[in-house]
Ligand binder design. Structure first.
Ligand SMILES: *Cc1c(COP(=O)(O)O)cnc(C)c1O
Length: 388
Protein backbone atom coordinates (compact mmCIF):
# COMPACT_ATOMS: atom_id res chain seq x y z
CA UNK A 1 0.00 0.00 0.00
CA UNK A 2 1.31 3.46 -0.80
CA UNK A 3 2.01 6.04 1.87
CA UNK A 4 -0.86 8.19 0.70
CA UNK A 5 -3.57 5.57 0.78
CA UNK A 6 -2.40 4.51 4.24
CA UNK A 7 -2.73 8.07 5.50
CA UNK A 8 -6.21 8.27 3.94
CA UNK A 9 -7.22 5.20 5.94
CA UNK A 10 -7.02 7.19 9.14
CA UNK A 11 -9.57 9.78 8.06
CA UNK A 12 -13.25 10.20 8.81
CA UNK A 13 -14.11 12.99 6.39
CA UNK A 14 -11.87 15.89 7.36
CA UNK A 15 -11.24 14.44 10.82
CA UNK A 16 -8.66 11.98 12.17
CA UNK A 17 -5.30 11.49 10.49
CA UNK A 18 -1.88 11.19 12.06
CA UNK A 19 -0.18 14.47 12.98
CA UNK A 20 2.98 13.16 14.58
CA UNK A 21 6.73 13.29 13.82
CA UNK A 22 7.84 10.98 11.00
CA UNK A 23 9.74 8.59 13.28
CA UNK A 24 6.60 8.05 15.36
CA UNK A 25 4.40 7.75 12.29
CA UNK A 26 6.49 4.81 11.06
CA UNK A 27 5.89 2.97 14.34
CA UNK A 28 2.15 3.73 14.34
CA UNK A 29 1.74 2.68 10.70
CA UNK A 30 3.33 -0.67 11.60
CA UNK A 31 0.80 -1.13 14.41
CA UNK A 32 -1.92 -0.23 11.89
CA UNK A 33 -0.86 -2.80 9.34
CA UNK A 34 -0.48 -5.55 11.98
CA UNK A 35 -3.94 -4.67 13.30
CA UNK A 36 -5.42 -4.97 9.81
CA UNK A 37 -3.86 -8.39 9.43
CA UNK A 38 -4.93 -9.78 12.80
CA UNK A 39 -8.48 -8.39 12.73
CA UNK A 40 -9.10 -10.83 9.86
CA UNK A 41 -7.30 -13.74 11.56
CA UNK A 42 -9.81 -16.29 12.95
CA UNK A 43 -7.30 -17.55 15.55
CA UNK A 44 -6.74 -14.05 16.87
CA UNK A 45 -10.47 -13.36 16.98
CA UNK A 46 -11.13 -16.66 18.77
CA UNK A 47 -8.59 -15.73 21.40
CA UNK A 48 -10.14 -12.27 21.86
CA UNK A 49 -13.62 -13.80 22.21
CA UNK A 50 -12.34 -16.45 24.60
CA UNK A 51 -11.04 -13.82 27.03
CA UNK A 52 -14.12 -11.64 26.61
CA UNK A 53 -16.16 -14.58 27.83
CA UNK A 54 -13.89 -16.16 30.43
CA UNK A 55 -12.17 -13.09 31.83
CA UNK A 56 -14.41 -10.09 31.20
CA UNK A 57 -17.63 -12.06 31.76
CA UNK A 58 -19.38 -11.32 28.46
CA UNK A 59 -21.93 -11.38 27.14
CA UNK A 60 -23.37 -8.95 29.65
CA UNK A 61 -27.15 -8.39 29.86
CA UNK A 62 -29.37 -5.84 28.17
CA UNK A 63 -31.56 -5.12 31.19
CA UNK A 64 -35.07 -3.70 30.80
CA UNK A 65 -35.27 -0.81 33.30
CA UNK A 66 -38.92 -1.47 34.12
CA UNK A 67 -39.17 0.72 37.21
CA UNK A 68 -37.60 3.68 35.49
CA UNK A 69 -39.74 3.19 32.39
CA UNK A 70 -42.94 2.96 34.47
CA UNK A 71 -42.00 6.08 36.39
CA UNK A 72 -41.25 8.15 33.28
CA UNK A 73 -44.12 6.78 31.25
CA UNK A 74 -42.64 7.21 27.79
CA UNK A 75 -40.28 5.05 25.73
CA UNK A 76 -39.02 1.73 27.08
CA UNK A 77 -35.50 2.09 28.50
CA UNK A 78 -32.98 -0.74 28.28
CA UNK A 79 -29.56 -0.65 29.90
CA UNK A 80 -26.55 -2.28 28.24
CA UNK A 81 -24.63 -3.52 31.24
CA UNK A 82 -20.96 -2.72 30.67
CA UNK A 83 -20.93 -2.01 34.42
CA UNK A 84 -20.99 -5.76 35.00
CA UNK A 85 -17.69 -6.38 33.19
CA UNK A 86 -14.61 -7.38 35.17
CA UNK A 87 -13.08 -4.11 36.47
CA UNK A 88 -16.49 -2.45 36.22
CA UNK A 89 -16.50 -0.66 32.87
CA UNK A 90 -16.17 -0.99 29.10
CA UNK A 91 -12.47 -0.06 29.01
CA UNK A 92 -11.36 -3.66 29.54
CA UNK A 93 -12.81 -4.71 26.13
CA UNK A 94 -10.28 -2.48 24.39
CA UNK A 95 -7.36 -3.04 26.77
CA UNK A 96 -7.71 -6.77 26.28
CA UNK A 97 -7.96 -6.56 22.50
CA UNK A 98 -4.89 -4.36 22.18
CA UNK A 99 -2.86 -6.48 24.62
CA UNK A 100 -3.58 -9.63 22.61
CA UNK A 101 -2.50 -7.76 19.46
CA UNK A 102 0.67 -6.59 21.25
CA UNK A 103 1.51 -10.19 22.14
CA UNK A 104 1.03 -11.32 18.54
CA UNK A 105 3.34 -8.50 17.45
CA UNK A 106 5.98 -9.81 19.85
CA UNK A 107 5.87 -6.90 22.30
CA UNK A 108 7.73 -7.49 25.56
CA UNK A 109 6.30 -4.52 27.44
CA UNK A 110 3.15 -2.40 27.47
CA UNK A 111 2.96 1.32 28.06
CA UNK A 112 -0.06 3.58 28.50
CA UNK A 113 -0.99 7.03 29.71
CA UNK A 114 -3.76 7.74 32.15
CA UNK A 115 -5.49 10.86 33.47
CA UNK A 116 -7.78 9.90 36.32
CA UNK A 117 -6.42 6.36 36.35
CA UNK A 118 -9.27 4.30 34.92
CA UNK A 119 -7.48 3.42 31.69
CA UNK A 120 -4.29 2.79 33.65
CA UNK A 121 -6.11 0.29 35.83
CA UNK A 122 -7.66 -1.49 32.82
CA UNK A 123 -4.25 -1.68 31.12
CA UNK A 124 -2.50 -2.91 34.27
CA UNK A 125 -5.23 -5.55 34.65
CA UNK A 126 -4.93 -6.87 31.11
CA UNK A 127 -1.11 -6.78 31.31
CA UNK A 128 -1.17 -8.85 34.50
CA UNK A 129 -3.50 -11.34 32.84
CA UNK A 130 -1.16 -11.97 29.90
CA UNK A 131 2.00 -11.63 32.02
CA UNK A 132 3.56 -8.60 30.32
CA UNK A 133 5.28 -5.84 32.31
CA UNK A 134 3.52 -2.53 32.08
CA UNK A 135 4.51 1.11 32.60
CA UNK A 136 1.83 3.75 33.11
CA UNK A 137 2.59 7.43 32.57
CA UNK A 138 0.55 9.77 34.69
CA UNK A 139 0.87 13.52 35.30
CA UNK A 140 2.39 14.18 38.73
CA UNK A 141 -0.60 16.26 39.78
CA UNK A 142 -2.92 13.42 38.74
CA UNK A 143 -0.92 10.85 40.76
CA UNK A 144 -1.46 13.01 43.83
CA UNK A 145 -5.20 13.46 43.22
CA UNK A 146 -5.70 9.78 42.38
CA UNK A 147 -3.42 8.12 44.92
CA UNK A 148 -5.73 5.15 45.35
CA UNK A 149 -5.74 4.37 41.62
CA UNK A 150 -1.95 4.58 41.61
CA UNK A 151 -1.89 2.00 44.39
CA UNK A 152 -4.39 -0.16 42.49
CA UNK A 153 -2.14 -0.15 39.40
CA UNK A 154 0.86 -1.04 41.56
CA UNK A 155 -1.05 -3.90 43.16
CA UNK A 156 -1.67 -5.15 39.62
CA UNK A 157 2.07 -5.12 39.02
CA UNK A 158 2.38 -1.94 36.96
CA UNK A 159 5.07 0.67 37.31
CA UNK A 160 3.51 4.14 37.55
CA UNK A 161 5.73 6.99 36.35
CA UNK A 162 4.74 10.42 37.69
CA UNK A 163 5.47 12.93 34.92
CA UNK A 164 6.77 16.15 36.45
CA UNK A 165 6.90 18.32 33.33
CA UNK A 166 4.72 21.23 32.18
CA UNK A 167 1.48 21.28 34.13
CA UNK A 168 1.90 17.67 35.20
CA UNK A 169 -1.35 16.55 33.58
CA UNK A 170 -2.61 14.19 30.89
CA UNK A 171 -0.97 16.04 28.00
CA UNK A 172 2.51 15.64 29.49
CA UNK A 173 1.80 11.96 30.20
CA UNK A 174 0.81 11.42 26.53
CA UNK A 175 4.02 13.13 25.35
CA UNK A 176 6.15 10.90 27.60
CA UNK A 177 4.38 7.75 26.41
CA UNK A 178 4.98 8.66 22.74
CA UNK A 179 8.65 9.40 23.51
CA UNK A 180 8.99 6.01 25.20
CA UNK A 181 7.38 4.31 22.19
CA UNK A 182 9.80 5.92 19.75
CA UNK A 183 12.81 5.08 21.95
CA UNK A 184 11.75 1.47 22.58
CA UNK A 185 9.79 0.63 19.44
CA UNK A 186 11.42 -2.82 19.01
CA UNK A 187 9.74 -4.34 22.04
CA UNK A 188 7.10 -1.85 23.25
CA UNK A 189 3.38 -1.47 22.52
CA UNK A 190 1.49 1.73 23.39
CA UNK A 191 -2.06 0.99 24.48
CA UNK A 192 -4.42 3.96 24.02
CA UNK A 193 -7.62 3.86 26.04
CA UNK A 194 -10.19 5.73 23.97
CA UNK A 195 -11.20 6.18 20.33
CA UNK A 196 -8.76 9.09 20.06
CA UNK A 197 -5.16 9.68 19.01
CA UNK A 198 -3.51 9.33 15.61
CA UNK A 199 -4.19 6.51 13.13
CA UNK A 200 -4.71 3.58 13.78
CA UNK A 201 -6.06 4.03 17.32
CA UNK A 202 -9.57 5.44 16.63
CA UNK A 203 -10.30 2.58 14.23
CA UNK A 204 -8.68 -0.06 16.43
CA UNK A 205 -10.45 1.02 19.62
CA UNK A 206 -13.78 1.08 17.75
CA UNK A 207 -13.15 -2.46 16.55
CA UNK A 208 -12.54 -3.78 20.07
CA UNK A 209 -15.49 -1.85 21.55
CA UNK A 210 -17.94 -2.86 18.81
CA UNK A 211 -18.72 -5.98 20.80
CA UNK A 212 -21.09 -3.72 22.80
CA UNK A 213 -23.44 -3.08 19.88
CA UNK A 214 -22.92 -6.52 18.36
CA UNK A 215 -24.46 -7.92 21.54
CA UNK A 216 -27.07 -5.21 22.09
CA UNK A 217 -28.42 -5.57 18.56
CA UNK A 218 -28.87 -9.31 18.92
CA UNK A 219 -30.38 -8.85 22.38
CA UNK A 220 -32.89 -6.14 21.42
CA UNK A 221 -34.05 -8.15 18.41
CA UNK A 222 -34.65 -11.10 20.73
CA UNK A 223 -36.48 -9.04 23.34
CA UNK A 224 -38.41 -6.56 21.21
CA UNK A 225 -38.31 -8.02 17.71
CA UNK A 226 -37.17 -4.68 16.32
CA UNK A 227 -34.31 -2.23 16.35
CA UNK A 228 -34.22 0.53 18.99
CA UNK A 229 -35.46 4.05 18.26
CA UNK A 230 -32.28 5.46 19.79
CA UNK A 231 -28.97 4.40 21.28
CA UNK A 232 -27.62 6.80 23.91
CA UNK A 233 -24.06 6.86 25.27
CA UNK A 234 -21.86 9.31 27.14
CA UNK A 235 -18.99 10.77 25.14
CA UNK A 236 -15.58 11.51 26.62
CA UNK A 237 -12.96 10.35 24.16
CA UNK A 238 -15.82 8.43 22.63
CA UNK A 239 -14.93 4.76 22.91
CA UNK A 240 -18.02 3.45 24.69
CA UNK A 241 -20.18 5.60 22.41
CA UNK A 242 -18.59 4.45 19.16
CA UNK A 243 -18.74 0.82 20.35
CA UNK A 244 -22.42 1.28 21.20
CA UNK A 245 -23.14 2.84 17.78
CA UNK A 246 -20.95 0.72 15.49
CA UNK A 247 -23.40 -2.03 14.55
CA UNK A 248 -26.25 0.45 13.96
CA UNK A 249 -24.41 2.88 11.69
CA UNK A 250 -26.07 1.44 8.58
CA UNK A 251 -29.51 1.28 10.21
CA UNK A 252 -30.47 4.83 9.39
CA UNK A 253 -33.73 4.68 11.36
CA UNK A 254 -31.81 4.20 14.63
CA UNK A 255 -30.91 7.54 16.23
CA UNK A 256 -27.36 7.59 17.61
CA UNK A 257 -27.01 10.08 20.45
CA UNK A 258 -23.77 11.04 22.17
CA UNK A 259 -24.07 12.89 25.47
CA UNK A 260 -21.23 15.24 26.34
CA UNK A 261 -20.77 16.84 29.74
CA UNK A 262 -21.90 20.48 29.55
CA UNK A 263 -18.61 21.31 31.30
CA UNK A 264 -16.48 19.74 28.51
CA UNK A 265 -18.60 19.94 25.32
CA UNK A 266 -15.97 19.23 22.63
CA UNK A 267 -18.41 18.68 19.78
CA UNK A 268 -21.14 21.06 20.89
CA UNK A 269 -18.81 24.02 21.45
CA UNK A 270 -15.41 23.08 20.03
CA UNK A 271 -13.74 23.86 16.71
CA UNK A 272 -11.79 21.60 14.33
CA UNK A 273 -8.16 21.49 15.49
CA UNK A 274 -5.19 19.17 15.73
CA UNK A 275 -4.70 17.95 19.30
CA UNK A 276 -2.83 14.90 20.65
CA UNK A 277 -1.84 13.94 17.08
CA UNK A 278 -5.26 13.90 15.37
CA UNK A 279 -7.76 16.36 13.96
CA UNK A 280 -11.14 16.63 15.64
CA UNK A 281 -13.51 19.00 17.37
CA UNK A 282 -11.55 20.48 20.26
CA UNK A 283 -12.18 23.01 23.01
CA UNK A 284 -9.74 25.91 22.65
CA UNK A 285 -9.28 29.19 24.53
CA UNK A 286 -8.82 32.60 22.84
CA UNK A 287 -5.11 31.94 22.30
CA UNK A 288 -5.85 28.64 20.60
CA UNK A 289 -4.62 26.50 23.48
CA UNK A 290 -6.61 23.54 24.85
CA UNK A 291 -9.16 24.97 27.24
CA UNK A 292 -9.34 23.59 30.78
CA UNK A 293 -12.53 21.57 31.35
CA UNK A 294 -14.34 20.80 34.56
CA UNK A 295 -16.66 17.79 34.38
CA UNK A 296 -17.62 15.97 37.59
CA UNK A 297 -16.90 12.74 35.67
CA UNK A 298 -13.12 12.25 35.34
CA UNK A 299 -13.56 9.98 32.32
CA UNK A 300 -15.37 12.73 30.38
CA UNK A 301 -13.09 15.61 31.37
CA UNK A 302 -11.22 15.97 28.08
CA UNK A 303 -10.90 18.79 25.52
CA UNK A 304 -10.91 16.52 22.48
CA UNK A 305 -13.15 13.75 21.17
CA UNK A 306 -12.67 10.79 18.84
CA UNK A 307 -12.56 11.93 15.19
CA UNK A 308 -15.35 9.62 14.05
CA UNK A 309 -17.77 11.40 16.39
CA UNK A 310 -16.82 14.75 14.83
CA UNK A 311 -17.55 13.15 11.47
CA UNK A 312 -20.89 11.63 12.55
CA UNK A 313 -21.85 15.04 13.89
CA UNK A 314 -20.83 16.83 10.69
CA UNK A 315 -22.77 14.40 8.50
CA UNK A 316 -25.80 14.41 10.78
CA UNK A 317 -25.71 10.64 11.32
CA UNK A 318 -24.97 11.20 14.99
CA UNK A 319 -26.66 13.66 17.35
CA UNK A 320 -24.61 15.23 20.10
CA UNK A 321 -26.19 16.85 23.13
CA UNK A 322 -25.03 17.86 26.60
CA UNK A 323 -26.02 17.03 30.16
CA UNK A 324 -24.81 19.05 33.12
CA UNK A 325 -22.99 17.65 36.12
CA UNK A 326 -26.06 18.45 38.21
CA UNK A 327 -28.33 16.47 35.86
CA UNK A 328 -25.89 13.56 35.96
CA UNK A 329 -25.79 13.68 39.74
CA UNK A 330 -29.59 13.46 39.86
CA UNK A 331 -29.65 10.56 37.40
CA UNK A 332 -26.97 8.83 39.48
CA UNK A 333 -29.24 8.94 42.51
CA UNK A 334 -32.43 8.08 40.61
CA UNK A 335 -31.08 4.96 38.95
CA UNK A 336 -29.57 3.81 42.24
CA UNK A 337 -32.83 4.26 44.12
CA UNK A 338 -35.28 3.08 41.46
CA UNK A 339 -33.39 0.22 39.81
CA UNK A 340 -30.79 -0.74 42.42
CA UNK A 341 -28.00 0.02 39.97
CA UNK A 342 -25.34 2.60 40.89
CA UNK A 343 -24.03 3.97 37.57
CA UNK A 344 -20.65 5.60 36.98
CA UNK A 345 -20.87 9.40 36.95
CA UNK A 346 -19.84 9.23 33.27
CA UNK A 347 -22.71 6.88 32.42
CA UNK A 348 -25.07 9.02 34.51
CA UNK A 349 -24.83 11.70 31.80
CA UNK A 350 -26.29 9.23 29.30
CA UNK A 351 -28.96 8.13 31.77
CA UNK A 352 -29.93 11.77 32.38
CA UNK A 353 -30.45 12.40 28.67
CA UNK A 354 -32.28 9.12 28.11
CA UNK A 355 -34.77 10.03 30.84
CA UNK A 356 -35.48 13.31 29.06
CA UNK A 357 -35.72 11.67 25.67
CA UNK A 358 -38.10 8.96 26.95
CA UNK A 359 -40.71 11.58 27.83
CA UNK A 360 -40.60 12.92 24.25
CA UNK A 361 -41.18 9.47 22.73
CA UNK A 362 -44.02 6.96 22.95
CA UNK A 363 -44.54 3.57 24.58
CA UNK A 364 -43.77 1.97 21.22
CA UNK A 365 -40.28 3.43 21.23
CA UNK A 366 -37.22 1.73 22.66
CA UNK A 367 -34.09 3.42 23.97
CA UNK A 368 -30.85 1.60 24.67
CA UNK A 369 -28.61 3.41 27.15
CA UNK A 370 -25.04 2.26 27.39
CA UNK A 371 -24.20 1.91 31.06
CA UNK A 372 -20.47 2.31 30.48
CA UNK A 373 -19.47 1.59 34.06
CA UNK A 374 -20.49 1.10 37.66
CA UNK A 375 -20.47 3.89 40.19
CA UNK A 376 -18.62 2.29 43.10
CA UNK A 377 -15.55 4.36 42.19
CA UNK A 378 -17.63 7.54 42.48
CA UNK A 379 -19.40 6.99 45.78
CA UNK A 380 -16.85 8.95 47.87
CA UNK A 381 -16.98 11.87 45.45
CA UNK A 382 -20.78 11.94 45.39
CA UNK A 383 -20.81 11.78 49.18
CA UNK A 384 -18.61 14.89 49.31
CA UNK A 385 -20.75 16.70 46.69
CA UNK A 386 -24.06 15.94 48.40
CA UNK A 387 -22.75 16.91 51.83
CA UNK A 388 -22.23 20.47 50.57
C1 LIG B 1 -13.37 6.25 30.71
C2 LIG B 1 -14.82 6.15 30.88
C3 LIG B 1 -15.71 6.83 30.02
C4 LIG B 1 -15.27 7.76 28.94
O1 LIG B 1 -14.49 7.21 27.95
P1 LIG B 1 -15.05 6.97 26.47
O2 LIG B 1 -13.82 6.65 25.71
O3 LIG B 1 -15.71 8.22 26.04
O4 LIG B 1 -15.98 5.84 26.55
C5 LIG B 1 -17.07 6.63 30.20
N1 LIG B 1 -17.54 5.84 31.19
C6 LIG B 1 -16.72 5.19 32.04
C7 LIG B 1 -17.31 4.33 33.09
C8 LIG B 1 -15.34 5.32 31.91
O5 LIG B 1 -14.54 4.67 32.76
Amino acid sequence: MSRESKAEQGYFGEFGGSFVPDELKVVLDKIGSEFHTYKEDPKFLDEYRYYLKEYVGRENPLTFAKNLTDKIGGAKIYLKREDLNHTGAHKINNALGQILLAKRMGAKRIIAETGAGQHGVATATASAMVGLPCTIYMGKLDTERQALNVFRMELLGAEVVAVDKGRGRLKEAVDEAFADLVANQEDTFYLIGSAVGPYPYPEMVKFFQSIISEESKKQILEKEGKLPTAVVACTGGGSNAIGSFANYLEDKEVRLIGVEPAEAPSISEGVPAVFHGYRSMTLLDEEGNPKPTNSIAAGLDYQGVGPEHSYLNATGRGEYVTATGQEALEAFQQLSKIEGIIPALESSHAVAHAMKLATELTKDDVIIVNLSGRGDKDVNQVYEMLKK
